[in-house]
Design a protein around this ligand. Sequence first.
Ligand code: ARG
Length: 463
Amino acid sequence: MKKLWGGRFTKSTDHLMEQFSASISYDQRLYPYDIEGSIAHCKMLEKCKIIKSTESKKIIAGLQKILKEFERGEFKCDEKLEDIHMNIESRLTQMIGPVAGKLHTARSRNDQVCLDVRLYLREETRDIESAMGNLCQTLLKLARKHIDWIVPGYTHMQRAQPIRFSHHLLAYMEMILRDRERMRDMYKRINIMPLGSAALAGTNFPIDRNYTAKLLKFPEITHNSMDAVSDRDFLIEFCSTSAIIMMHLSRFCEEIILWSTSEFDFMELSDAYSTGSSIMPQKKNPDSAELIRGKTGRVYGNLVSLLSMMKSLPLAYNRDLQEDKEPLFDTVDTVFQSVALMNEMLKTARWKKIPQEKLSARGFLTATDLADYLAQNGTPFREAHEITGKTVAYCLKNNKTLETVTLEELQALSPKIQKDVFAHISMEGSADRKNVYGGTAKNQIEKQIKRLEKKLKTYPKIK
Ligand code: ARG
């Protein structure tokens, strides 16, 4: 088959080379963007009188027909035509004849592919960002619902201090909100129009780049043609933001997996997001959470692939850059699905409030509160720490907890202890004494919920 670039060639491309260099199997997902970009380019060529209006009409009608063919699943991709751009151009030529060749005036595949990827990623970023918004809404709802649920907070995976479950959920919400901010910020750097850069140097034709940008709703155009066709930092930024999102989701999933064990028994995922075992009939596994945790690795890998691909590339376009697509597409798919799945998983989970006795039974979560109580009553903190340590030892020996130990027993350890101590060392009392901005006291959590509600409500749509 004659290649669209075959003019100076006498021999045909080797079959192995053809297979090796074809990207059509995966870049065909760019078809709507390639067609959209071509239509805008064509309109611009017409407006600048580079092609005739009759020619432009033919080209645009042909492109619209091709779009329909794709949508109906009738378009036949050919590996010999390398990529999506040449597959479409070749089909256009079949349809409308040699006038199709005018579409590529003042354009190169180098700026074309860059435009397509930007159009594609712009849309995907908006979808991911809005899925993140839904996830935040779910977290906020759960936080509101479980505000009275006190659970152990952990450090070193050892019970540390009582916290409100809402506090734990809102910690993840803060992370996801930062990720969302990163997405929104990065969007500005995706949303730039590269067409007109041509192969690397710009074009001889009197084109109007701003007009193309306007048609495609880009607020800005690239400022350096060599940079425009050869950098992929906007993709790297997307993959790096995605890697951070996945890291956050993965941490959360790790907790969900733990919380679903009979040892923790805090929650149960809905059947819709769990699977059974083919050998152990009693099992219900949190596979959805495990898969998100597992897929985090490939998203990290995609970031490293892109960084490695770029690191030694001289200016301007090099074919290595074709390798940007698979890691990008895989990242888009994985992140979108993970965020959406996480939201559904949380929305449908059953949360099991653990009985207070079980909560305070082990771990002496309020020991620090007892030490603080003593210190506030004038005992030097070192001594308060010592007395509390002795109290814990006493309880362990006598099978008591800080919730069941009596005032007499406590007073035997320190005469400074009064009846009001129980307001300090109960689980709830302890949590509500953390009345500092950002702390776990109920009124602080309520304050945060209000702030976050307002934040979500007033979040402008990504533009
Ligand atoms: N399929 C190519 C890519 O993804 C399109 C650009 C080809 N340009 C070239 N000079 N061979 O990068």
